[in-house]
Design a protein around this ligand. Structure first.
Ligand code: SF4
Ligand code: SF4
Length: 467
């Protein structure tokens, strides 16, 4: 569908049939909510979606310039499916599109004394939550985020960066194996659920290229309800895992049937950075006035590699830190792969490992990924490893982040994560003592049978926009 000028939009009451469709959609959409009473049908959401994701799950009413379909519909008339990234919510000037809130469910779980409620925080949240209380963009407030979550009465405050370290251990193993066997290359990262959904709709022939690793917060949830539950002597059924994420697509990801073990969801609820900001202001918790506190033990330690997961190129750099030592069979002191950092929508780089040249590519924004994907489909790709993230700048620019989110702000959040990486004593996941204990006491080796049962997943071609 051709882009329309937002100024062409007409005001007027939405039709009854539109409102009926919207009501069904709002009920069924796992990630986003569209409030028709706030929508002026300006079309900025549609333009944002087309510009960043190259998708159009909407269309104009026949013979007029009014939006007939809401942008967050699971699919539009041209089979253009929504991937729940939430970029349209960032573009909406009236707040008509927002995340579908899970706040009440989380409050209920905390109030339920039979539940043990664990919270984990994504890498990008610590560099953006401060903006919800007027702090400058890129304020790195990890310790204050931990302190705030304790005051909200979570039983344990833990870190998705630990899950990111674990993801890297598994994904690096997968990369090394695929290179050795020259099989299913290029390997494509799997931690962005919006990208995964896009592939299931539009590139089903490439699903074997996508890493089988669950995303970091899902890996974390699987370990919380197995290893961690055992360590604490708590029944996994009593545990509720809440993820604080920069992302609306993670709400959808939680409901994927593959994201469970032994009949329990790996993650029960996702709150966006914005939802946490709102909750803190309801409770009058001021981040500035809080002391810096530390994550709780066992699943709370992380390396710098886990920290940079939140920025475009970060997942690839983190994986290279682990894969390089595996391939070279020795300790490698230099950990920074500056060639994969940057802002361009598609970047490419090469690294020399084990006497081999590895060709790498990074794309952020699904529209940018299309060229790379078409080349793989047409057997013209030269790459060994590709990172794809749906949001501009990676998760720091995610659809659940504070508004405004723009290029300059995303850059500042990203710099904060690279700063965190640089000052951490540990930079590689394989040096994280809690990761070492987890493998020694429970999982065995990366890629083991147990690791596969808990930490890996499958994908399938999608015909409908639903879960
Ligand atoms: S959530 Fe993402 S894919 Fe869906 S309409 Fe909004 S911008 Fe487009
Ligand atoms: S890039 Fe990050 S924030 Fe955006 S949809 Fe993917 S996982 Fe979510």
């Amino acid at each position: 569908m051709a882009e329309k000028n937002p100024r062409q939009a007409e005001k007027g009451e939405p039709s009854a049939s539109f409102l009926k469709t919207l009501e069904t959609e709002n009920r069924q959409n796992p990630s986003l909510f569209h409030d028709a009473s706030k929508c002026t049908r300006c079309g900025r959401c549609a333009i944002q979606c087309q510009k960043i994701q190259g998708l159009s799950p909407m269309e104009f009413e026949e013979g007029s310039h009014r939006w007939k379909y809401c942008p967050t519909l699971s699919h539009g008339p041209n089979r253009a499916f929504c991937v729940y990234c939430g970029q349209c919510a960032l573009a909406c000037p009236t707040g008509a599109i927002s995340e579908k809130s899970s706040l009440q469910e989380v409050k209920n779980a905390i109030a339920d004394s039979s539940k043990f409620v664990i919270v984990q925080t994504a890498p990008a949240v610590r560099a953006s939550l401060g903006e919800t209380q007027g702090m400058p963009a890129g304020s790195l407030i990890t310790g204050k985020v931990v302190a705030a979550l304790r005051r909200l009465k979570f039983d344990k405050v833990l870190d998705t960066d630990f899950g990111a370290d674990l993801t890297i251990m598994e994904e690096a193993q997968e990369l090394v194996q695929r290179i050795e066997k020259n099989e299913n290359l290029p390997l494509i990262t799997s931690c962005c659920p919006a990208w995964v959904k896009y592939a299931e709709h539009f590139y089903p022939s490439l699903l074997n290229n996508i890493s089988s690793c669950k995303s970091p917060h899902q890996m974390f949830g699987a370990i919380a309800k197995s290893y961690y539950a055992k360590k604490l002597g708590i029944s996994p059924e009593e545990i509720i895992v809440v993820s604080i994420m920069p992302c609306t697509a993670k709400k959808f990801e939680c409901l994927r049937p593959q994201m469970q073990n032994n009949g329990l969801r790996n993650v029960d609820y996702v709150l966006t950075t914005r939802e946490l900001g709102k909750w803190l202001s309801e409770e009058k918790i001021e981040l500035r006035s809080l002391p810096d506190e530390f994550y709780d033990d066992l699943l709370g330690a992380s390396s710098g590699a886990g920290a940079i997961f939140g920025a475009t190129g970060g997942v690839m750099e983190a994986a290279l830190r682990a894969a390089a030592e595996k391939i070279e069979g020795k300790k490698i002191e230099s950990v920074e792969y500056s060639q994969v950092r940057g802002e361009e929508g598609i970047r490419e780089a090469t690294v020399q490992l084990g006497g081999k040249t590895l060709n790498l590519a990074i794309a952020h924004g699904l529209k940018n990924s299309k060229k790379l994907l078409e080349d793989i489909k047409n057997k013209k790709s030269k790459y060994h490893f590709i990172e794809i993230m749906a949001c501009p700048g990676g998760c720091v620019g995610g659809g659940g982040q504070p508004i405004p989110t723009n290029v300059q702000i995303v850059k500042k959040r990203k710099l904060a994560l690279y700063h965190q990486d640089a000052i951490l004593p540990l930079r590689k996941p394989q040096e994280n003592p809690q990761i070492i204990s987890l493998y020694k006491e429970f999982l065995g080796e990366p890629g083991s049978k147990k690791a596969h049962e808990l930490l890996h997943t499958t994908y399938g071609e999608r015909k409908s926009g639903r879960i």
